[in-house]
Ligand binder design. Structure first.
Ligand code: AMP
Ligand code: MN
Ligand code: MN
Ligand code: MN
Length: 289
């Protein structure tokens, strides 16, 4: 079982990197990528835990990007964690997240919700502050019953806690990943509010910039979307990735170890990763119709 997208409490997951790896092992995962938002500092702990559990850890990251006024996520896999440019850029994203969090808190303050910056920070283990941390604070204080409704009521466009933040541009994110020796993967494409014409433009641009895969099977795609994005991958000669996007109990789309196989015709992103060849047969099947 290969799972190439997951979060620890270094970003907005609930488990520490060690606990996350143990959880993955218990659920039958044998290749795991830890892909915290804009932070790679959980990877050394995770790789130690992975050795202990006989899991292969893939060094990953999930970078937020602004493309045509939309927020997209680009996952980097097999990145060099010592790459200086990557470390410097991610540090600056974390700083901008902090500024954004203060603006979010002031928006919430205006609608009568006090102390959300401190409240959200209390859930953050490190410097990364995400909307998920605000969601947990708001649920704890009974502003909504669960993270899903909290997002809808407070944290999306047009709502008091939303800040129209400017993330990294697509070109910078892809080149940072590629220059750090990694593979750039467009995360959960089915989650963006993008019509077909723009999706075609995005995939064209992403590939031209050096992107090489898209997530086809992810916790937030429906079965129909697995097929849809398998076709997009094929159309653009992009490889296919799969990952649960696990964050922890109650805040995840899918439990670990439950990912279905990639649709036939997909070229797995791990196709030429020598060390995991033994774990999965390369799928060389007829084209998706
Ligand atoms: P941020 O990067 O700070 O905007 O936070 C985004 C994170 O919040 C995502 O990575 C998800 O973990 C979570 N998230 C975003 N939208 C939702 C939603 N509608 N329901 C639950 N969690 C969400
Ligand atoms: Mn998240
Ligand atoms: Mn994401
Ligand atoms: Mn994610």
């Amino acid at each position: 079982m290969i799972d190439l997208h997951s979060h620890s409490n270094i970003s907005d997951g609930l488990f520490s990197p060690t606990e996350l790896v143990a959880h993955a092992a218990e659920h039958g995962v044998n290749v795991l990528a830890l892909t915290d938002h804009d932070d790679i500092s959980g990877l050394s702990e995770a790789s130690q835990a992975a050795r202990l559990h006989g899991i292969q850890l893939i060094n990953g990251v999930e970078i937020s990007v602004t493309w045509k006024k939309r927020t997209l996520h680009i996952v980097g896999l097999n990145i060099d964690v010592d790459n200086e440019a990557l470390k410097t850029e991610l540090a600056s994203v974390r700083q901008s997240r902090l500024d954004r969090a203060r603006q979010m808190a002031s928006g919430l303050e205006k609608s009568g919700i006090h102390g959300s910056f401190e409240g959200a920070s209390a859930y953050a283990k490190q410097s990364i502050l995400t909307r998920m941390h605000f969601a947990r604070f708001l649920v704890e204080h009974k502003y909504a019953k669960d993270p899903k409704s909290v997002f809808k009521k407070y944290l999306v466009k047009g709502k008091p806690g939303f800040v129209d933040h400017q993330w990294m541009d697509l070109e910078s994110a892809v080149s940072l990943i590629v220059n750090a020796g990694g593979v750039a993967v467009l995360a959960h494409p089915g989650r963006y509010d993008i019509r077909r014409t723009n999706m075609l433009l995005l995939l064209e641009e992403f590939r031209a910039l050096g992107g090489s895969a898209i997530e086809v099977v992810t916790g937030s795609h429906t079965a129909a979307q697995y097929v849809e994005y398998a076709k997009y991958a094929q159309l653009f000669g992009l490889k296919a990735s799969q990952g649960s996007d696990y964050h922890g109990k109650g805040i995840s789309f899918m439990e670990m170890g439950r990912l279905p196989a990639l649709p036939s015709g997909c070229v797995p992103v791990w196709q030429d990763w020598a060390d995991i060849q033994g774990l999965s047969s390369v799928q060389k099947l007829p084209n998706v119709q």
